[in-house]
Design a protein around this ligand. Structure first.
Ligand code: SAH
Length: 370
């Protein structure tokens, strides 16, 4: 769909509003067409502290994700267009939120769906399942995957939307791998089963000035000690594709059906070749996910050349501006690791060097997603 895209994934979103289930003779007509407004129920028990520690209890976050049509529509298409995968199968929805993926699976003919959700949203998911007439197919279980027992010894399919910013932030992947190792039947499937991380380089003078260099002179005062901290925090934001100066390099592909949690920590080499004369202010990371067991390979990209998602891109600012000429290249490696103190944080180390006509730099920078 996007010329020059670095992946072979077939994009599946938004443009077509298809909601019908493909290739089923017996489409149940269970669309909830009742759009009547119901009274909002205030939950007086919750304080801002509850939401701080348990952000998924608040519907705002889940609404943002549901409204991300690239994300949600891809899952819907994966399920509705591949009903052969789901028919009469037992499904585990890891981190069900509102229960949306469980509802898709139930509608696609799953025999039973276990929807596990650890936040207070599990109570809503129960109500939603009931309101839509799926109580006999979907069982909502409130609790942490790691702490609860399933009523069945094994499941045929694990589905989850676990991806965080920079793919690995929040580290919910470990929860999916835990569920896979504990409950997935031999030859069972994990959806999605493939995730890839990419790196590219951008011109970003204006933003770097605004976000980072700002601290050098604040109303005449030197606050550059804060600059040091701010440059260490990757910025999650949308990047215009016109800012891209180099090729996009695949850093790492993960096979979610086979990998171990240790595989999410890695060092990957890269070579970014300048496609024009320009300045480089930052490297940008983004990811794709794919569902390779579909009848037709399906997935989505969160890259700057694709339609925006709520994941945006992750921008890693470089200490100094690199002046590159077309054809020159930045080589280096990126090391990604779970933070030892807080496993939900991600430590990133970037080693890079440029040996160009107008600029020679060799440096190591440390970043922390938190
Ligand atoms: N599946 C939903 C929600 C995805 S967000 C959707 O696609 O819209 C991820 C959800 O996983 C959050 O609601 C979060 O509370 C839940 N979650 C995270 N870690 C979990 C764990 N260890 N056990 C159970 N649920 C978890």
């Amino acid at each position: 769909m996007n010329g020059g895209k670095p992946t072979k994934i077939r994009f599946e979103y938004g443009d077509d509003e298809e909601e019908a289930i493909a290739a089923t003779g017996s489409c149940s007509n269970l669309d909830n067409e009742d759009s009547s407004m119901s009274e909002p129920v205030a939950d007086d028990d919750k304080t801002s502290a509850d939401y701080y520690f348990d952000s998924y209890s608040h519907f705002g976050n889940l609404q943002e994700m549901l409204k991300d049509v690239v994300r949600t529509k891809t899952y819907q298409n994966v399920i509705y267009r591949n009903t052969f995968l789901f028919k009469d199968k037992i499904v585990l929805d890891v981190g069900a939120g509102t229960g949306i993926l469980s509802l898709f699976c139930a509608k696609a003919g799953a025999k039973h769906v276990y929807a596990v959700e650890c936040s207070q949203m599990a109570d809503m998911a129960k109500e939603i399942v009931e309101a839509n007439g799926y109580s006999n197919v979907i069982t909502v279980l409130k609790g942490k995957i790691e702490e609860l027992d399933l009523p069945v010894p094994q499941v045929d399919i694990i589905i989850s939307e676990w991806m965080g910013y920079f793919l690995l932030y929040e580290n919910m992947l470990n929860t999916v791998l835990y569920a896979r190792d504990k409950w997935l039947v031999n030859n069972g499937i994990v959806l999605p089963d493939n995730a890839s991380l990419y790196l590219t380089a951008i011109e970003d003078a204006e933003y770097k000035e605004d976000k980072i260099e700002f601290w050098n002179n604040v109303y005449g005062f030197d606050m550059s000690c804060i600059r040091k901290q701010s440059i260490m925090e990757p910025l999650v934001d949308t990047v215009d594709q016109n800012q891209i100066v180099t090729n996009c390099q695949l850093l790492k592909t993960m096979d979610i059906s086979k990998m171990t949690s240790g595989d999410a920590s890695f060092t990957a080499p890269f070579k970014l070749v300048a496609e024009r004369d320009d300045y480089i202010h930052a490297l940008v990371a983004y990811f794709d996910v794919a569902f390779t067991v579909c009848h037709k390979l399906t997935g989505f990209s969160t890259g700057p050349r694709s339609r925006n998602t709520h994941w945006k891109q992750t921008v890693l600012y470089l200490e100094e501006v690199l002046t590159v000429r077309e054809g020159e290249f930045i080589t280096g490696s990126m090391t990604v690791a779970q933070n030892k103190k807080n496993p939900r944080d991600v430590d990133i180390t970037l080693k890079y060097s440029l040996n160009g006509q107008r600029c020679a730099v060799s440096r190591t920078q440390h970043y922390k997603m938190r």
